[in-house]
Write a protein that binds this ligand. Structure first.
Ligand code: SAM
Length: 285
């Protein structure tokens, strides 16, 4: 395991993933019944943006750094406000950006007393930081466990309401087929859950094969969202990513139709227009 999320914290891919994650959490909060979030590849939870890794890569400057100061339509701003407020809350009253919350910290910010989070992380340093960052909150449990094993072990949650976030590092090409298999197996155990999967787009073969496998699965409703930025010449960073949402909240497709163009414009690096799409792989059209 060489992947260190700290280099990428708050970068464009985190912004896209976390903006959508928060929309799903808000939907879960709309009903009083308890929900549980299982974050299979959680990372450290909080990232210092001036720290050795995030400070060196500077990816956050082109992600959350750009978003907080970009002109955004009122409609998109209203959808992004809860996410941006949660990021601001990690940074105290001064208004600057020193800390970026990863997925478990964002989930925690939206839990009510009755809700629960299980956050799994295998890399020892990140797992230690995660345990410290979630310590003292009885609603949250950090577990140093293989996320794929956790998916099998903790699904379905006893609340029978909630979200499974699957956000592996994609260090190996095998992560794409594994994602489809693991999702299908979890869905067989819990068809009523919402599942959010993130993937990088470096070429089309992996993402397209994932879409084909999912279209051939027994899952009834799958929404896909992809965003690609035009990057300056010579840039080698990741500029495109996708999300799969199984059993999305009924409002999400419409929200993504507002959010993705707003994020494409806000995160634009001046190298041309970005592109996005929101489509149903299975189910509602
Ligand atoms: N979900 C996090 C967020 O949005 O803030 C980012 C997660 S990062 C993309 C993937 C994480 O998975 C890394 O922290 C990595 O150490 C961890 N990881 C790698 N293999 C794992 C495994 N088999 N089980 C659990 N975690 C793993």
């Amino acid at each position: 395991m060489n992947y260190r999320h700290a280099f990428h914290a708050g970068g464009f891919a985190d912004v896209v993933k976390h903006a959508v994650l928060v929309r799903i959490l808000l939907h879960l909060r709309a009903k009083p019944a308890a929900f549980r979030v299982i974050d299979t590849h959680a990372g450290a939870g909080l990232y210092g943006l001036a720290g050795e890794e995030a400070g060196r890569s500077g990816e956050w400057r082109d992600g959350i750094g750009r978003l907080v100061s970009a002109p955004i339509s009122d409609q998109a701003r209203a959808l992004l406000a809860p996410y941006l407020d949660a990021v601001a809350a990690c940074n105290g009253a001064g208004g600057g950006l020193a800390i970026y919350p990863g997925s478990p910290a964002l989930v925690r910010a939206f839990l009510r007393p009755q809700d629960r989070l299980i956050a799994c992380e295998l890399e020892p340093k990140a797992a230690g930081a995660l345990a410290r960052n979630l310590a003292g909150d009885p609603r949250c449990k950090a577990i140093a466990i293989d996320g794929w094993t956790a998916l099998n072990a903790y699904v379905p949650p006893k609340e029978r309401r909630g979200l499974i976030l699957i956000d592996p590092p994609f260090e190996e090409a095998a992560d794409f087929p594994r994602l489809a298999q693991a999702l299908a197996a979890a869905y067989r155990k819990w068809a009523g859950g919402t599942y959010l999967l993130w993937y990088p787009i470096k070429e089309r073969a992996g993402p397209d094969a994932l879409a084909r496998r999912l279209r051939a699965s027994a899952i009834a409703k799958i929404l896909r969202a992809e965003l690609s930025l035009a990057l300056p010449a010579g840039e080698t960073r990741l500029g495109a990513c996708g999300l799969i949402v199984v059993n999305p909240p009924w409002t999400l497709a419409g929200e993504l139709g507002v959010l993705l163009p707003a994020l494409a414009a806000a995160l634009d690096r001046g190298a041309g227009r970005g592109a996005y799409r929101v489509d149903w792989l299975i189910g509602e059209k």
